[in-house]
Ligand binder design. Structure first.
Ligand SMILES: *Cc1c(COP(=O)(O)O)cnc(C)c1O
Length: 392
């Protein structure tokens, strides 16, 4: 073993720094090379026909992809990990690896919008019945089980509305009927939540967000438990999935600083929200790390930290024009989708009609914020001037 080997006893910050790196294999260089490859040569025909060589063909992986997959496998305590072209691609692959025609799939009503779009467009045509459930259901998920229930898709906190879910209770119930449990863990990243330790079989990341961390690459990651790994690995190979080495390298590079970036995102977010909660015109804050949040107890039990994504509702009666005027007045917060980069972002959210299994009847105007790595005082000043411009 070289000096950079890690073992299961290491804490997550150490794992993030060392996992997947083998400098002695690459002349001592700290990072693995970016391997651009399709063809791999064999020393002789015997090796070729017996397949006794680590790498066989570019599509099947190379030292760059192996490095990130190995790091994720270790961080997530998984049987194996795979990379995808985007977070949504990872979600689609994870679902397809565990459902087949005739199956019933339960999805949290608060799942990321494009996850719903995939489930509503691709799955019914392939004979899979999709049903959405209230994320607060916990162990009550049993009442929705059918003989053909094959998988439960969780996401915590919920997209845009930030509800927490009792994932361990859902996972325990699902395993009793042999169903596979999936979790979109993008918000916490594998640093602040390890879904497999909560009973999840397939842990999914939009690596685009915090793992890459710099708003410059699309990437997805999948980590599987022993029982889910083989099916995922088989589907992945059969579908010809492959992520380009430059993008994988940027994912690896981002991963190494995940811990220091998330710590700052968390600190800045708590500072901004502590100020924001008392401002006139502001209603509910949505962020499970706050004691006032309904999901706080679950967050405290299952997660070890919180990230920079949060939301707030304007007080009832705020007009859409006012919410838009606030957003247009922001100077440091960019108006843009995605999140997880170093910069602050904002998007408008209209809650009404967004869900099908949970009632979100209030016609409130909300804003989702990504709190970046700027000085929190400057962010507060920016929000302050935008609120003043809007509400006087
Ligand atoms: C962004 C996001 C995704 C999708 O990731 P992409 O890389 O944009 O495809 C999935 N889940 C959550 C929670 C996200 O925020």
């Amino acid at each position: 073993m070289n000096n950079n080997s890690t073992d299961a006893q290491n804490k997550i910050d150490t794992v993030v720094t060392h996992a997947g790196r083998h400098p002695r294999k690459f002349h001592g260089f700290v990072n693995p090379p970016v391997v651009h490859a399709s063809t791999v040569l064999y020393p002789d025909v015997e090796t070729m026909v017996t397949g006794k060589q680590t790498y066989s063909y570019g599509r099947r992986g190379n030292p760059t992809t192996d490095s990130l997959e190995e790091a994720l496998t270790e961080m997530e305590g998984a049987a194996g990990a795979k990379l995808a072209n985007s977070g949504l691609n990872a979600i689609a692959l994870a679902i397809l690896s565990c459902v087949k025609s005739g199956d019933h799939l339960l999805i949290a009503d608060t799942a990321y919008g494009p996850t719903r779009h995939f489930a509503d467009t691709v799955l019914p045509g392939n004979g899979v019945e999709v049903e959405y459930y209230d994320p607060r259901i916990g162990d009550g998920i049993r009442s929705l089980f059918r003989p053909e229930t094959a998988a439960v898709f969780t996401e915590a906190p919920g997209s845009l509305t930030f509800e927490m879910q009792d994932v361990p209770a859902i996972a325990a119930a699902a395993h009793e009927i042999g169903a596979t449990v999936l979790m979109d863990n993008t918000w916490a990243s594998p640093l602040y939540c390890q879904p497999l330790s909560l009973g999840v079989d397939l842990s999914i990341q939009a690596g685009t967000k915090y793992i890459v961390g710099h708003s410059d690459v699309m990437l997805g990651t999948l980590a599987a438990s022993e029982r889910a790994w083989e099916k995922l690995d088989t589907l992945y190979g059969a579908m010809g999935c492959h992520v380009a080495p430059d993008d994988v390298y940027l994912g690896l590079r981002g991963l190494r600083t995940l811990s220091v970036r998330l710590e700052r995102h968390q600190r800045n977010t708590l500072a901004v929200l502590d100020w924001l909660k008392d401002q006139p015109g502001i209603g509910r804050i949505r962020y499970p790390a706050l004691e006032s949040d309904p999901g706080h107890e679950i967050w405290k039990r299952d997660f070890t930290g919180s990230s920079g994504l949060c939301a707030f509702d304007f007080q009832a009666g705020t007009a859409r024009e006012e919410a838009y005027s606030f957003l247009n007045a922001l100077a440091l917060f960019g108006l843009g989708f995605s999140w997880g980069g170093f910069e602050s972002l904002a998007i408008p959210v209209r809650l009404k009609g967004m869900r099908t299994a949970t009632l979100l009847d209030e016609d409130l105007q909300s804003v989702r914020l990504h709190i970046g790595l700027e000085d929190p005082e400057d962010l507060i000043n920016d929000l302050d001037q935008a609120l003043k411009q809007t509400f006087g």
